[in-house]
Design a protein around this ligand. Structure first.
Ligand SMILES: CC(C)(COP(=O)(O)OP(=O)(O)OC[C@H]1O[C@@H](n2cnc3c(N)ncnc32)[C@H](O)[C@@H]1OP(=O)(O)O)[C@@H](O)C(=O)NCCC(=O)NCCS
Length: 173
């Protein structure tokens, strides 16, 4: 299979590693997802000290990346340990969030293109994505980037007063 991130047609939008100055914009995008969607099973926005700790957890081998256009952060993506036990060290869980006003403009693709390339060069072996609730845009994005839906945890999530299925998507690098 030729995965999209290996194909010749690349997204033409700029992605870079986030700096501390990007944190408020990143948090604003995430807060919207927390409060208005089932894309994340966080129920409350991060407190400022939690956000600082979260930001400091990223490094050069496992960075937080942002897409910026005209000085505005339009989306972000990152991967983190899938599980804390050391035997999972080569497997990471990937996440991506795009500001609602800028969706369907290639931002998510640009972020995944960049981050998957970084993951491969950092020696990551497997990427996992967990998708909660119905999330057609995210399913389509993951499919496009070579992920396969390998299972579902029925009603593993609970948000906005209802149980949500959580599907597991996987890609080997
Ligand atoms: C999922 C998400 C990151 C996609 O970002 P995006 O910038 O809109 O994605 P792109 O514009 O790069 O689209 C890439 C492909 O994904 C698919 N896609 C994106 N949005 C879609 C939609 N609303 N419906 C169907 N397919 C969609 C399409 O295949 C699209 O390619 P195309 O436009 O050439 O047809 C974005 O919708 C988002 O932030 N959603 C809320 C947060 C979320 O669900 N994150 C994932 C958590 S795991």
């Amino acid at each position: 299979m030729v995965c999209a991130d290996r194909a010749a047609k690349l997204p033409a939008v700029p992605v870079r590693i986030a700096t501390r100055a990007d944190l408020p914009a990143v948090q604003a995008i995430y807060q919207d997802a927390v409060l208005r969607s089932t894309a994340t099973l966080d129920l409350e926005p991060m407190q400022p000290d939690e956000a600082e700790t979260w930001f400091r957890s990223f490094g050069t081998l496992d960075p937080l990346v942002v897409e910026e256009e005209g000085g505005a952060i339009r989306g972000f993506a990152y991967y983190a340990n899938y599980k804390s036990r050391p035997g999972y060290v080569h497997t990471k869980e990937i996440s991506v969030y795009v500001d609602e006003a800028h969706r369907r403009q290639g931002v998510g693709s640009a972020l995944y293109h960049d981050l998957i390339r970084r993951a491969r060069s950092s020696g990551v072996h497997a990427l996992v994505a967990t998708l909660s609730g119905p999330n057609e845009p995210s399913e389509a994005l993951h499919r496009r980037y070579g992920f396969e839906r390998i299972g579902c945890l029925p009603e593993a999530g609970f948000k906005f007063g209802r149980f949500l299925d959580v599907s597991i998507w996987h890609r080997l690098l």
